[in-house]
Design a protein around this ligand. Sequence first.
Ligand code: SAH
Length: 225
Amino acid sequence: MQIDIISCVPALLESPFSHSILQRAQDKGIVQVQVHNLREYAVNKHRQVDDYAFGGGAGMVLMIEPIVRCIENLQSHRQYNEIIYMSPDGELLNQRMANQLSLQENIIILCGHYKGVDERVREHLVTREISIGDYVLSGGELAAAVLADSIIRLVPGVLSNETSALSDSFQDDLIAPPVYTRPAEFNGWSVPNVLLSGNQKLIDEWREEQSVARTHKRRPGLLAK
Ligand code: SAH
């Protein structure tokens, strides 16, 4: 899978893909993440990618031309399943969408900045718009990193123990059960005995019960499904 992220502040995306699971996914050759600097597709020598909004008002708008040039350059190398624009008014990201996107071959993620992008980009180029929540960020970069992370960890082969993604919250409309590690006793706070019992059947049953109880308490809406 290839994920191409288009940004006018690419430095914001350096760290998230350079460590831990996301770095290993790339090292294993399962996923390629490339960040493209919109300024390299600027239409003039001032590397301008934004301009004042027609009709006035505060805040700059990302121009359509650099975005088209960048997308066309990417499309000359491969076909894309989706061109996603990160947007606070897009579809709210959830695990089901991450699962679905993890099955795609190639994805472009476009990050807005300032007031957003020229609306014609959304009308004519973008195939999907995704939000990471009902709040406004300064730019789409952090949202793109969240989206890409949620997708990449689901691509087969990325997590060494593949069942570990399956047992995560939301994967089966249940919240994950609590987890503990050593020491078994700290400050008088002890780990549930069943987890130390060595009886895998009992442990599995306990985890299932905990998941259902937690889902009832924290996300009852999931059980209604
Ligand atoms: N004026 C816009 C917000 C622009 S914020 C509005 O009121 O809707 C600048 C950029 O940050 C957006 O173009 C988008 O790419 C990104 N962004 C902000 N909040 C986001 C969110 N909740 N989810 C995804 N992207 C977001």
